[in-house]
Design a protein around this ligand. Sequence first.
Ligand code: BGP
Length: 481
Amino acid sequence: MTDSSTFLADFIRGVAATAPWGDGRAFIDTDTVTYSSPFPADFVFGVAAAAPQIEGAAFADGKGESIWDRFCRQPGKVHDGDTLDVACDHYHRFDADFALMASLGVKNYRLSLAWPRIYPSGDGELNQAGLDFYRRLFASMKRHGITPWVTLFHWDLPQALEDRGGWTSRVTVDAFARYADTVVKAFAGDVKHWITMNEIRCFTQLAYGAGTKAPGRRESQAVVNQTFHHALLCHGHGVRAVREFGGAGAVVGLTDNLDVCIPVTETPADIAAAKAWFLEKNAHVLGAMHAGHYPADYLARAGADAPRVERGDFDLISLPTDHLGLNIYTGTYVRDGRNGAAWEAVPLPANYPKADSPWLHIAPQCIYWATRLAAECYGHRSLYITENGCGYNDEPVVNGEVPDLHRRDFLRNHLREAHRAIADGVPLHGYFLWSFIDNYEWEDGYQRRFGIVHCDYATQVRTPKLSARYYADVVRGRCIV
Ligand code: BGP
């Protein structure tokens, strides 16, 4: 005789044995009868953060001023005038932070190096103390069994370079090439996974066009287009540096915050519309990298504002990469266009669900469609979600815990879409949650909390939130729980 729970467990085991990975692994809890088929054995689960947002020590041991150190001191630019001076004090507490990360079972950490810690004025004298800091940090990660995934540039441009034109100038490209050579050579023994740039659109369009991010300039579209051309060149130098100096087994790619869309219905007509929208909106970064030139339809739209390209630029920009990182938070709904248009974007109604970040509308299918379209449109064979997460204000510690069920739901729903993408054959190989710990969220300062670990900025006490425990269970079981 079999009672119903034994029957269910047997049934689940049968399903697990026929899962795409075929090895019968599955998370089965016969008490609660929870089940989902596992992620592939080599799927990377990680967490992410970035140097300027957590390190603090903004002027310690010879570090130079970054554009964010300057911007945050300008009245009205950052919420409450918050500075990066102390942040999570990770500069002094990294060892304990890695112990905490390891205790959650997280073995992969995406971090960035602070360019102004290494070249305080961008391209002048090298600051040995900066390199020494990261050497100690990588040694600590190794002791705790955590693999580094290192981003070369996550927005903290040395202010001295901004004073010479910043991203509008090729001086920055040359300086970046030297910085990339230096750090890849220095850490080739410690780091095998490299990411060149984080979110080109944010530190060009938003920083030099909208002026909401440092350095807060409002330039013409032609100038903005030139800034992202220079950023693409730096990406190319990052790839070149890793190929030249990264040593055996080193891999490299870009992290892009591509424009993401979701077909309103998953029917051929709406999917075709989504694809057309995707190709148009991503033409100037991903499209250009993959085509080896700016696509004709982009050039037609840009007209006289198109970037000035010099001979050899695209040899660098289109160097082959090993993977593509995608920062995916939200998406635009698209459907088949009326009156013969290729697509139509559907505006979100006022009461559509969102996090406290006003731009962060909650649309979990963004994960599925961003990864699927990136693979289909550009032929990528190795994709990583290098950021995904949600920001909320006021997440107090209650009886030793932050009961952030909203983040747990966000995480679970987005992971399900990652799982669906893999099941449909999308080459998605990893997921990095933004963020390990509450941190300096740029112009939102410390008000917005994205961490799965709570940071009390007054005492620097860390408290894992409910979502951290949840993610630890996912990582441990390698499946959605
Ligand atoms: C991404 C950045 C991260 C992080 C995250 C949260 O764009 O790469 O550094 O900040 O967004 O967004 P925000 O701080 O803009 O709310």
